[in-house]
Design a protein around this ligand. Structure first.
Ligand code: GLN
Length: 269
C-alpha cells in the first residue's frame, strides 16, 4: 500500500512537471495562446475573429452564395487588409456578442453596434464609423407618429438592442412609459409579427427597417429624431493596440475613398 501511494505521488510530480500545472506557468501559456487569435488578451492576432449577427441587412447578412456579406463585413475586411491580418466571421445572436468578446472567443464585434455608455463599461469602442437612428415601423393605417405614441402599445424589438432599451419603460433613457414588449431574435421576425397583427409597431435601426419594409405595401416607417446613435466596432476592454490599428485603418480608408465606395455599394441613401 505504501509502495502504491509513493508511486502515485511520483506520478503526480511527473504530471505537474510536464503540464506546468501549479500556477507559475500560466503567463507563458497565455502568451502561447495569444498567437491563435481568438483567445488573445491584447494586440493584433494573425486571424481576426469578427463576431456578428448576420440578420441585419445592409450591415450584415448571408448573401445568395451563402457567404457573410454587408457593409460591416466588407469594411472589416478592408480594415484587415490594411492591418495585415486574415479575417474569420463568427455568427451568433446579437445579445451574445458582448459576452463573447469578454470571454475572448471573438476579437472584435462588427454588428451595427451602437456605442452606448452602458456597453462602454464592459468593452472598448473604436471611433464611430456610421451615424444611425432608431425608427418605428407600423402598418400604413396606424396613427403612430412618434415614440410618445407608442405608449400602451404592443411593440416588437430585436432582443438586447438599443431599440429594445428605448421602448422598455424600466430602462434609463426609455422613450416610452408603458408598453408591452415582444422580443425577437431577428428583426425580420418582429416585422413578420407586425404584418400578422401580433404587435402594433416595431422599433429598429433605420437602414435594416428600410430593407425589411421594402416590398411590403402595407407597412411604413415613422422617423423620430429622438434616437440618433453611432455605430462603432467593439474590442476587449484595454485592447488599445487593436482599437488604434482599426482607427488608423478607418482613417486611411476614408482618405482613399474605400469607405465612400462601400457606403455607395451597400447603403446608398
Ligand atoms: N444598433 C442596435 C444596437 O446596437 C442594433 C444592432 C443590431 O441589431 N445588430 O443595439
Amino acid at each position: 500500500m505504501k509502495k502504491l501511494s509513493s508511486l502515485l505521488a511520483m506520478l503526480l510530480v511527473l504530471v505537474f512537471a510536464f503540464t506546468g500545472c501549479g500556477g507559475s506557468g500560466s503567463s507563458d501559456s497565455k502568451e502561447a495562446e495569444s498567437t491563435t487569435g481568438a483567445v488573445a488578451e491584447s494586440g493584433i492576432p494573425e486571424t481576426l475573429i469578427v463576431g456578428t449577427n448576420a440578420e441585419f441587412p445592409p450591415f450584415e447578412f448571408v448573401n445568395d452564395n451563402g457567404d457573410y456579406d454587408g457593409f460591416d463585413i466588407a469594411l472589416m475586411q478592408a480594415i484587415c487588409d490594411k492591418i495585415g491580418c486574415k479575417m474569420e466571421v463568427n455568427n451568433m445572436e446579437f445579445k451574445s456578442l458582448l459576452g463573447a468578446l469578454q470571454m475572448d472567443s471573438i476579437d472584435v464585434i462588427a454588428a451595427g453596434m451602437t456605442a452606448t455608455e452602458e456597453r462602454k463599461e464592459s468593452v472598448d469602442f473604436t471611433e464611430s464609423y456610421y451615424e444611425a437612428k432608431q425608427v418605428i415601423i407600423v402598418k400604413k393605417d396606424s396613427n403612430v407618429a412618434s415614440f410618445a405614441d407608442l405608449n400602451d402599445k404592443k411593440i416588437g424589438v430585436q432582443e438586447g438592442t438599443t431599440g429594445d432599451l428605448y421602448v422598455t419603460p424600466e430602462e434609463d433613457g426609455a422613450l416610452v412609459e408603458k408598453a408591452e414588449i415582444k422580443r425577437f431574435k431577428k428583426g425580420v421576425d418582429a416585422v413578420m409579427d407586425l404584418k400578422n397583427g401580433g404587435v402594433d409597431a416595431v422599433v429598429i435601426d433605420k437602414n435594416p427597417a428600410k430593407e425589411f419594409v421594402n416590398g411590403n405595401d402595407d407597412l411604413m416607417i415613422v422617423e423620430d429624431d429622438a434616437a440618433i446613435e453611432n455605430y462603432a466596432f467593439a474590442v476587449a476592454k484595454g485592447n488599445t493596440e487593436l482599437a488604434e490599428a482599426i482607427n488608423n485603418a478607418l482613417t486611411e480608408l476614408k482618405a482613399d475613398g474605400t469607405y465612400d465606395s462601400l457606403i455607395k455599394e451597400y447603403i446608398n441613401e
